[in-house]
Design a protein around this ligand. Structure first.
Ligand code: CA
Length: 234
């Protein structure tokens, strides 16, 4: 499981619900609060790796919250990556959000994939090198997965994965040339959270393949029809 922590500050349950569920599905650790005051408490409690912040909030709004956080950082250092969620077509909102110190913004309504891409871009900017001593590596063919830096490469190519895709690939790399049943993979990668849902595994395997297998590269994750998947070279 990933320890990348995302704090979502959003007072509309319909939005926080689907964003939270999507981020958890992708393997992030997510906390949701509904207003700026609770957000400050949550940040003091556990500093997130990314803050996803609605602009229009009751009480302390997104702009004010961003200003306060940046003011504290002026004194104490650090910089929390902030993705601001703004209302549709509100140019003023976007500009003031960025002026207040947000790193990026996303206009409502948005697709989850769009939000995920922005979050990953912000994480990439900050997670340059964790330089940990513990560098367990797994390799298969021209594929390398490094637990220390949480990076994946195929040949010379860097591959970006969500935490869930990373966990899934790690499971395959720990069991090369071994057929893993669908239920084994679901239990090992998702626990009971999403078990039984129809096509989540196909979707994530599909995304993983798109990232791993370029046009002129061999397929590495093979489907064993009616059973599951196997990491194997043809
Ligand atoms: Ca709102």
């Amino acid at each position: 499981m990933s320890d990348i922590h995302i704090l979502l500050v959003e007072d509309e349950p319909s939005i926080s619900g689907f964003v939270r569920r999507g981020l958890i599905f992708e393997g992030y650790d997510v906390k949701v609060v509904e207003d700026g005051r609770k957000a400050l408490d949550a940040i003091n409690d556990r500093r997130p790796d990314v803050l996803v912040l609605d602009l229009m909030l009751p009480g302390i709004d997104g702009i004010e919250l961003t200003r306060r956080l940046r003011a504290v950082e002026e004194e104490e250092g650090g910089r929390l990556p902030i993705l601001m969620l703004t209302a549709r077509d509100s140019v003023v909102d976007r500009v003031s959000g960025l002026n207040a110190g947000a790193d990026d913004y996303l206009v409502k309504p948005f697709d989850f994939d769009e939000l995920l891409a922005r979050v990953r871009a912000l994480l990439r900017r900050t997670q340059t090198s964790t330089g940990d001593a513990r560098h367990e590596m797994l390799t298969f063919a021209d594929l390398t997965l490094d637990f220390g830096s949480r990076t994946v490469t195929r040949g010379q190519r860097d591959i970006e994965l969500t935490p869930r895709e990373f966990d899934l690939l790690a499971l395959f790399l720990r069991n090369p040339n071994t057929v893993l049943t669908r239920s084994t993979v679901m239990h090992r990668v998702w626990g009971d959270d999403f078990f039984g849902e129809s096509n989540v595994l196909e979707v994530v395997v599909g995304n993983l393949r798109r990232s791993l297998e370029g046009e002129d590269e061999d397929r590495l994750i093979q489907t064993v029809r009616g059973v599951g998947y196997v990491l194997r070279q043809r």
